[in-house]
Design a protein around this ligand. Structure first.
Ligand code: DX5
Ligand code: ZN
Length: 218
């Protein structure tokens, strides 16, 4: 089995020292940089928007994995591509025409991701799985970092893995929320490919060492 793709979430970084933290990620074994965009409508919190994404992109040497927790994300897809996004994930619950949104993301030459809330059944992705480059399974209710991992996620990873296999798709499974060194081995065992980690990385004594620890799991 391959080693997991590690995507630290800058939501847990020190915003007053963002350049320093991005440079730490550049030097670390992180594969991607996870960027959480919250609009105060789809989720009960506001994080940051396009100018901050652009600023991160200026320093980042790794692909930006942009997670849009916003209503009607089609309005901003092109702008986030221009701000440096390599992957753009929209929420299943925020798209009236998910298939169209996915085609739109691909037409921008970005990888197309779909994020699903803890209450959303992964079977709902069966008819679009061929068009999805990555499913971001939320293992907390989106809106805040530092929340407790929801145990039901393991079951969802296994179900999703089956749907991907049955449809001969090459969709990656990303886990987002409350990921740490205790739950990561079981997530990988269940079939996860990408681990997002915010607090576990940035609030540790040695963030680069913590990334290395996650990267070496399997
Ligand atoms: C939650 C965000 C997550 C968050 C993860 O709404 O989508 O990406 O930053 O943070 P931790 O790892 O601290 O739960
Ligand atoms: Zn996220």
């Amino acid at each position: 089995m391959n080693s997991p793709i590690i995507a630290p979430s800058v939501l847990a970084a020190d915003f007053a020292n963002l350049q320093r933290d991005i440079e730490m990620l550049n030097e670390s074994q992180a594969d991607w940089i996870h960027i959480d965009i919250m609009d105060g409508m789809f989720v009960p919190n506001i994080s940051f928007g396009l100018p901050v994404c652009e600023a991160i992109n200026k320093h980042a040497k790794k692909p930006l994995d942009v997670h849009l927790m916003i209503e009607d994300p089609d309005r901003y897809l092109e702008a986030f591509r221009d701000a440096g996004a390599a992957t753009i994930s929209v929420h299943y619950e925020a798209c009236n025409h998910l298939h169209r949104s996915l085609q739109f993301i691909k037409s921008l030459d970005c990888k197309a991701g779909v994020a699903v809330n803890p209450h959303t059944n992964v079977q709902l992705l069966e008819d679009t799985i061929q068009d999805i480059d990555m499913v971001c399974l939320m293992s907390v209710n989106p809106g805040f970092g530092g929340q407790k991992f929801i145990e039901n996620t393991y079951k969802k990873v296994r179900q999703l893995k089956e749907i991907i296999a049955e449809n001969n798709a090459s969709t990656l499974i990303e886990i987002d929320g409350g990921v740490n060194a205790n739950n990561a081995p079981m997530l990988l065992e269940a079939g996860a490919d990408v681990l997002v980690a915010g607090n576990f990385v940035f609030k540790s004594m040695d963030p680069a060492g913590t990334i290395e620890e996650l990267k070496s799991l399997r």
